[in-house]
Design a protein around this ligand. Structure first.
Ligand SMILES: [Zn+2]
Length: 325
């Protein structure tokens, strides 16, 4: 049941929507915003079910009746779902919908819905004409839900006309488990669940050169940084650097992985598996100022983003870490 899932994973969203449902007080338009992988579309469909279901239990949609099912299967005549995931949503399709929606509702509830998924991929004209329409009296029984991964790409005029419902990212454990389910090794799943918040993207990234090389470099660094950091540097400069197109991505990934590693050392975390487990234990038992190392890594990552000379960034980083040891 979507209701249980929302209550468990998105308690604040659940609270806001269920209050509206209980009091039957709705905004013209809602804006569901949150990173990929959060259940925004499911929540939008559940919300629509709640406006039409006649078989409610303690005031909420049953999620099982014919109407509820047709909402989730996208065959409910007065629900129009536009998907910006594959193609831009243009003004024409909005005008076409308005035309349809200005007629009497087809279903007996009399409620009509728009859901615009990935609304950041709708043109501004499309969004403006949708929201204008919603504010007109004939739009009274019409409800819109815009779904976005990132609110930054919407104009303030659009945002200000919607009630914003932020979805919080799911916790790392959720992505770790999904990664395992999708066939990633436990170390890859663990590391990637800290880097991206979408299981498909985790899988994709696990196959990239920057990730695979980044992991090799990170392991080598960790095993040498307190023993012979100079040996690491020589190896890194001769064996890894050298491809202008890839170097930066590899270095950024390698620093990202080191940050995960050293944070685990600080929190003395029981790590999942592989070299992480072995090295976290080893390093945690030494008297090293890990907080200082974390700071150096963060600064180095920042320099990479601001496109300094990569080799220089790494050499300076190694020098600073040596000073700390
Ligand atoms: Zn129902």
């Amino acid at each position: 049941m979507i209701r249980d899932k929302l209550q468990e994973t998105q308690p604040i969203v659940y609270q806001t929507l269920s209050n509206a449902i209980k009091n039957r007080k709705f905004a013209h338009a809602y804006l569901f915003t949150g990173v990929k992988g959060t259940p925004k579309k499911e929540a939008a469909l559940w919300f629509a079910q709640n406006l039409i279901c006649e078989h409610t239990e303690d005031g909420f949609a049953c999620e099982l009746c014919d109407e509820c099912r047709r909402i989730t299967e996208n065959t409910y005549a007065d629900l129009i779902y536009l998907d910006g995931n594959d193609a831009t949503i243009k003004k024409d399709s909005i005008l076409h919908l308005q035309e349809q929606f200005s007629k009497t509702a087809l279903e007996k509830s009399g409620k009509k819905f728009y859901i615009l998924d990935m609304a950041e991929n709708a043109t501004t004209e499309a969004l403006n004409s949708l929201l204008k329409f919603l504010e007109e009296p004939n739009g009274q029984d019409t409800q819109a839900i815009l779904i976005v991964d990132s609110i930054d790409r919407l104009l303030p005029t659009i945002i200000s006309r919607c009630q914003i419902i932020p979805f919080k990212p799911l916790n790392v454990e959720h992505y770790y488990e999904s990664g395992l389910d999708s066939g990633l090794s436990s170390l890859d799943s663990y590391v990637l669940s800290h880097i991206v918040k979408d299981v498909d993207y985790m899988k994709e990234m696990s196959e990239t050169e920057e990730y695979q090389t980044g992991m090799v470099v990170a392991e080598r660094f960790v095993s040498l940084f307190d023993v012979d950091i100079h040996r690491f540097l020589v190896w890194f400069e001769t064996e890894v650097l050298g491809n202008k197109d890839k170097d930066k991505d590899i270095v950024k990934m390698f620093l990202e992985i080191l940050l995960i590693f050293f944070r685990d050392v600080v929190s003395n975390k029981e790590s999942q598996t592989g070299w992480f487990e072995r090295e976290v234990n080893r390093v945690a038992n030494k008297n090293i100022a890990i907080e200082k190392i974390l700071l150096i890594l963060l600064e180095s990552k920042d320099k990479c983003n601001r496109s300094y000379n990569l080799q220089l960034v790494i050499e300076q980083m190694i020098y600073e870490i040596k000073e700390v040891m």
